[in-house]
Design a protein around this ligand. Structure first.
Ligand code: S3P
Length: 166
């Protein structure tokens, strides 16, 4: 199987970057994050892309970045929380080892709080989290080859659980 050794999906704030870096270290491979690719390519923050061009334009940029990273990267790859919304991306993920880092709504509210740097949570975090999770949970499950619950676990514990699930 070519492409990333491992792809991480799951909602924003679940710890994909932290756990992804730990996993890459343990597996002795490189870590890559599609959000970082987008910021580097666009020369502006994700929040700015949402404000300047709207969510649909961001999703098109994200889709290109995700497909490129899936083709190029052979280490651990973390995808932005909304990358699985795209049906072509979900189809492409079918050939890969994909770990879904999950958390429940209350954990999400606790972890991200009122973080307005995340454009999708700006108004009413609890309500928006509930809606996001309801809309996306089945999409994460659809692409996942393993699910690792992160509620109440430290990044080290999540990393170990993810390695056990491989
Ligand atoms: C988003 C998640 C973010 C980022 C953007 C949209 C989403 O990525 O791509 O703000 O739709 O869930 P992280 O999951 O890396 O925070």
């Amino acid at each position: 199987m070519s492409g990333p050794l491992l792809v991480l999906v799951g909602p924003m704030g679940v710890g994909k970057s932290t756990v992804g870096e730990l996993l890459a270290e343990r597996l002795k491979v490189a870590y890559r994050d599609t959000d970082e690719d987008i910021v580097a390519e666009q020369g502006r923050s994700i929040a700015d892309i949402f404000v300047d061009e709207g969510e649909a334009a961001f999703r098109a940029i994200e889709k290109r970045a995700v497909h490129r990273a899936l083709a190029e990267h052979d280490g651990v790859l973390a995808l932005g929380g909304g990358a699985v919304l795209d049906p072509d991306t979900r189809a492409l993920l079918a050939g890969h080892r994909v770990v879904y880092l999950s958390m429940d709504v209350e954990e999400a509210v606790r972890r991200t709080g009122l973080n307005t740097a995340r454009p999708l949570l700006a108004v009413n975090p609890r309500k928006q989290w509930r809606e996001l999770m309801e809309a996306r949970r089945h999409l994460y499950e659809e692409v996942a080859t393993a699910v690792v619950a992160t509620d109440g676990r430290t990044p080290d514990e999540v990393t170990r659980a993810a390695l056990d699930a491989l």
